[in-house]
Ligand binder design. Sequence first.
Ligand code: 5GP
Ligand code: ZN
Length: 140
Amino acid sequence: MSASAHCIFCKIVRGEIPAIKVYEDDLTLAFMDIQPASPGHTLVISKAHAPTLLDIAEVDLLAVTVTTQRIAGAVQQALVPDGIRINQFNGTAAGQTVLHYHVHIIPMWEGQKIGAHGRAPADPDALKALAARIRDALQA
Ligand code: 5GP
Ligand code: ZN
């Protein structure tokens, strides 16, 4: 069985498990992190399965990077954070928990102290409302 068969992010790409999506194109998908480190925490993934930066095809890496910039811009417009943290982990020793290449977009406000990930699942309705604001900003 391929590595992607049991991969949770591949299951989201295939529509086998739900995700609150904000953006999708041929190569990338962006959706709300289920355990946000901060309100508006969004993940950008390649649709193709690749565990880490060391494995991902250049075309997918470029596409994820371009989508990350687009979504970060929409997050900035929609939520007006004071800054945006971009995190990306490679390997469990580095803090990666889902072995499918992804980039974290984490809006930050002055004085906020957060970890790399959230610790608890967010209220789905709150995530949906944030996603709607980010999607609206993408259309603007
Ligand atoms: P990392 O692998 O970079 O450490 O982080 C994986 C991220 O994926 C975590 O922030 C975690 O909350 C998020 N995550 C894990 N499983 C799911 C899921 O099923 N749905 C969504 N939307 N996010 C997930
Ligand atoms: Zn995968």
